[in-house]
Ligand binder design. Sequence first.
Ligand code: GAF
Length: 391
Amino acid sequence: MQHREAFVARFGREPQGSWSAPGRVNLIGEHTDYNSGLALPIGLPQRTYALAARRTDDRLRVASLQTGDLVEIAIPQIAPGVPQGWASYVAGVAWALRADGFDIGGADVLIDGQVPLGAGLSSSAAIECATGAALSGLYDLDLLADDTDRAHLAVLCRRAENEIALAPTGGMDQAASLLARAGQALLLDCRDGATRLVPFEIERDGLVLLVIDTRAHHALVDGQYGARRASCERAAAALGLPSLREVDPARLDAVLADLVGLLAGDGPEPPEVVVRRVRHVVTEIERVQECAAAMTARDWEGVGRLFAASHASLRDDFEVSCLELDLACSVAQDQGALGARMTGGGFGGSAIALVPEAVAGPVQAAVTEAFAAAGLTAPSIFAAHAAPGAG
Ligand code: GAF
């Protein structure tokens, strides 16, 4: 069924428009956003669609083509944890717009989420940003007009996720979904929100970016993501810094040695664990800078080495990888990928591999075979390119 007919079937009226926003893969810069660091995402070709029409009362009715359910809530009733589940990403955006002073009313919204769910590809940010685009369109807020407005909407979509859906995420995913451009990666500085576009047209150089959705469970509302964030905040506080971004990479060893004494055994983890978390964040921020430079120079082997170093750091120091992600990356590397790494929050979800076109097929086959041999659920593998943000 087409989107328009689906909307009419659910709500008995015509939609006033259709808006959409992409999922993302982060090329490098993981668990850096909530440390005021750097990240380098691209928009994915897979998008989430929001068809919508205004309501004259103060209610939201939201339906999903994926779950088949319909959730109804009065906007003033939206609160932390209410509603629950996927509808919180839609309702949270209405709440955040109101909290920011935008005079929006109710809406009927139909969501078609074509970004794979729970795959670490920002399906929730895509719902938020498509909803933000829809409410902006319905109520003439013009929040897609330019990058400044889009960045503002990204902040509101992040508030929806943090304060209503209660996932303690940084802002990378919403920024990527709203600010992404075709053929470009977005160098995002989470300290001041500044962005710079970095060319990412790998097909010109005979390369393919494979996304390997391991199908291993990934959820940001589980405690592990929040625990990593808390460790970083604890370390920054012990060092007397506003964030780990302020650690001077040239003095990293000395800072880590000091940190052991400053933490002095209090807190939920031993100091040496916190030290490893900090080492990941500080070195990862440097890798983002190096990767942006290598991409600009079209030094793809250099990019591949940085991907591999990032994965090792996330696996060994930050400890957010898992068997499936490690297997996908090592098999891809063995089959000729220039580099492979987990992408997104980790604990499952997806890996990416930068591969010469000629080995894309063999890499896919080898990863699929290795998963079968290990008794794992078959991965879903597709080629991605840098696609545009919400519209
Ligand atoms: C998830 C979060 F939502 C992001 O904010 C970011 O922290 C990422 O994990 C890790 O880089 O996608």
